[in-house]
Design a protein. Structure first.
Length: 397
């Protein structure tokens, strides 16, 4: 139905920084030192619209602007509505707060066991380990905290959070987030993951990170060693558009999977970025080519100043309906709304089940055709013993 995503079409190279020696370009610390963080730096390389220019001037009061050279190269400098550009270049609309928008849209503050540790679900917790990211998404759920532009003054106390986890044996699943956990040094990550592995009741450790997308150079041999040592560590990366699926990201995901890290992807449904079927189809296909399982498609949270980026929920349902049956089930993420004020993730699906009667389920498939499946009742649920199947001896050898 849609053009194949041939690897030769994936972005590679250094773009605007072609004169930089490869060893520097591939050093994640060089990328961090040369992030574009001011209006002047951006305007040297990109002609901004009036709304973007005003947004860059105001960003310091809401959510800092920072873009790695690597990711900046993915922007179409001729298109003000470029989907990459919309994600990282501030716009003046960010300063307009709608009545439904909240500083803490998913109610994390009210569920903190200690500062920086959210314990909402019975068996799992969210461990915020830093307020720093390699680049800042303009729709960030934690824009109150991330980059400290709003004076939140977040300084995680890792030992207090670890102690809380140790004292709560019901916690079997820990998700490291922030900010971005991969902004921590290998040494600090090694320590943190090691401490979590020492807690007997912690069975499952996850990391939420957009570093492979913004800064694939960070996936070094040293980081691979840390992941192998404390694995399995599951990771959810955050890719929103097929243009983000570059050769560099593919190399990063390959390194992570070879280090034993199972990878999933969490996208946010964004207006003008990925709120159409062809774009999302291309994205999920590219993700599978990189060994990444599409996991969640999030409706954009009601963060302050996000109205211009929030897509119609019905678009998300339309996308899932179009993927189901036309792409492998591995490619179909779960569309969810993280309910405001702490309601948790609520699945939102197309309606396939039409009716459940006393005797059957009436349903429609991806083509809209109707099918019926009988329910097991007291009368029809008896098991009839089958004759023993003969298996050739050579199969058993």
């Amino acid at each position: 139905m849609y053009p194949r995503d041939a690897r030769e079409n994936w972005y590679r190279g250094q773009g605007l920084w072609g004169e930089v020696p490869a060893e520097q370009w591939n050093d994640w610390r060089w990328q961090m030192r040369h992030r574009l963080t001011s209006l002047e730096e951006v305007e040297q390389r990109l002609e901004l619209t009036a709304a973007e220019r005003e947004g860059c001037l105001l960003a310091r009061n809401k959510l800092a602007m920072a873009i790695t050279p690597y990711f900046f190269n993915l922007i179409d400098r001729e298109d003000p509505d470029c989907p990459i550009r919309r994600q990282v270049i501030p716009r003046k609309e960010e300063m307009a707060v709608s009545p439904e928008e909240l500083l803490d849209p998913v109610g994390e503050e009210g569920a903190m066991g200690v500062d920086g540790l959210v314990h909402r679900y019975p068996d799992r917790c969210l461990f915020l380990v830093t307020n720093v990211c390699a680049a800042y998404c303009r729709y960030c759920t934690r824009s109150r905290l991330v980059s400290n532009a709003q004076g939140y003054d977040f300084h995680p106390n890792l030992e207090n959070a670890l102690r809380y986890i140790e004292e709560h044996p019901e916690i079997r699943d820990v998700l490291l987030s922030g900010g971005d956990p991969l902004m921590l040094s290998d040494k600090k990550l090694d320590y943190l993951l090691g401490r979590l592995r020492e807690i007997p009741h912690v069975e499952f450790v996850r990391i939420g990170s957009r570093i492979p997308v913004f800064l694939p150079q960070r996936i070094t041999a040293g980081l691979q060693d840390v992941m192998r040592r404390h694995g399995p560590v599951w990771m959810s990366i955050h890719v929103n558009h097929p243009k983000e699926c570059t050769e560099a990201l593919s190399e990063a995901t390959e390194k992570l999977t070879m280090a034993g890290v199972p990878l999933g992807n969490q996208s946010v449904l964004l207006r003008g970025v990925n709120d159409d079927v062809p774009t999302m189809t291309s994205l999920v296909h590219r993700l599978l080519m990189m060994r990444v399982r599409p996991y969640y498609l999030y409706q954009c949270d009601l963060i302050t100043g996000s109205r211009h980026l929030r897509a119609d929920i019905r678009k998300g349902i339309e996308i899932i309906r179009a993927l189901r049956g036309h792409s492998t089930g591995y490619a179909v993420p779960q569309f969810v709304i993280d309910a405001p004020a702490g309601g948790g993730k609520v699945p939102v699906n197309p309606e396939y089940v039409q009716e459940i009667t006393e005797t059957e389920v009436i349903m429609r498939n991806f083509e809209g055709k109707e099918f019926r499946y009988p329910l097991i009742t007291a009368d029809n649920g008896k098991q009839v013993p089958a004759e023993a199947e003969w298996i050739p001896e050579e199969i058993l050898l």
